[in-house]
Write a protein that binds this ligand. Structure first.
Ligand code: NAD
Length: 255
């Protein structure tokens, strides 16, 4: 989703910094934006390390002198998909890492980018939660709790930052066919289960990106503190489904 968002933002004229823990992935995205004739720079970051986040902000300011938009996405998807559990079977180290990566990682990026936006009296912060933080998902207790924190942080920071010209919103995707999710999506039965859980075909990252551009732009000048399910209708109805296959035995992940 970060790739698709950055690509569309750059195509709309934004000068983009791709910040990712993976040099290989980040540089690939950066290169494709530059090859399309738009502007992008890659900087490696680990959102779990405060100094690393601060260094990205410092480099962005050294090059551009301001930061207008933060689109925050970072999550280790295989870690979520493979290590999360119903909380009664969840190792505390997994809980701690999830909170650090998903919630505190979001806090760190908002804090250091937000300080600059408040100094410049303008900016748009776009966070990524999930619909599962709004309705729950069996077997994903640490992830949904951490993303629930992102939802609350969105509203609270929006309330605090509005007077300084900074808007904060969160997108809650349903299932999206991003690279790491495709491995799971290709498992027998997964695609048909996902189609059943959504009213519309499951979204591609490119279908999320236009909403990111909207929230980044002045077109959304009246929008802050918003929690937006961009989810192919996932939130519109409910089903009793153990999506991750983690609840029946709790300890071992089903193949
Ligand atoms: N794909 C879905 O179905 C789905 C659904 C709901 C919410 N989300 C959320 O959307 C966001 C994007 O997910 P995606 O599917 O595009 O995943 P993705 O793996 O394609 O992108 C996440 C990126 O974060 C990077 N990353 C991981 N750990 C990092 C760290 N410590 N510091 C910096 N970067 C790090 C990864 O290298 C990767 O490039 C995530 O926040 C995810 O929780 C995804």
């Amino acid at each position: 989703m970060g790739r698709a968002g950055a690509t569309l933002l750059a195509a709309e004229g934004a000068r983009v910094i791709i910040a990712d823990i993976s040099q290989e992935k980040g540089q690939r995205v950066c290169q494709s934006i530059v090859e399309a004739g738009n502007e992008a720079t890659f900087i490696q970051v680990d959102v779990c390390r405060r100094e690393s986040v601060q260094a990205v902000v410092e480099r962005a300011l050294a090059v551009y002198g301001r930061i207008d938009v933060l689109y925050h996405n970072a999550v280790d998807v295989p870690f979520v998909n493979e290590q999360d559990r119903r909380l009664t079977e969840l190792p505390e180290e997994t809980w701690d890492r999830m909170i650090d990566l998903v919630l505190t990682g979001t806090f760190r990026c908002c804090k250091y980018v937000g300080q600059q936006m408040i100094r410049q009296k303008s900016g748009s912060i776009i966070l990524t939660a999930t619909v599962d933080a709004l309705i729950g998902c069996a077997g994903l207790d640490a992830y949904t709790a951490a993303k629930g924190g992102v939802v609350s942080l969105t509203r609270s920071f929006a309330a605090g930052a509005a007077k300084d010209g900074v808007r904060v919103n969160a997108i809650c995707p349903g299932f999206v066919t991003t690279e790491p999710q495709l491995d799971w999506f290709r498992k027998p039965g997964a695609a048909s289960m996902m189609e059943m859980l959504h009213l519309l075909p499951v979204a591609t990252p490119e279908q999320i990106a236009p909403f990111v551009v909207y929230l980044a732009s002045d077109e959304s000048a009246a929008v802050t503190g918003g929690i937006f399910p961009i989810d192919s209708g996932y939130m519109a109805f409910k089903a009793n489904v153990d999506v991750m296959g983690l609840v029946s035995d709790g300890k071992t992940k089903s193949e």
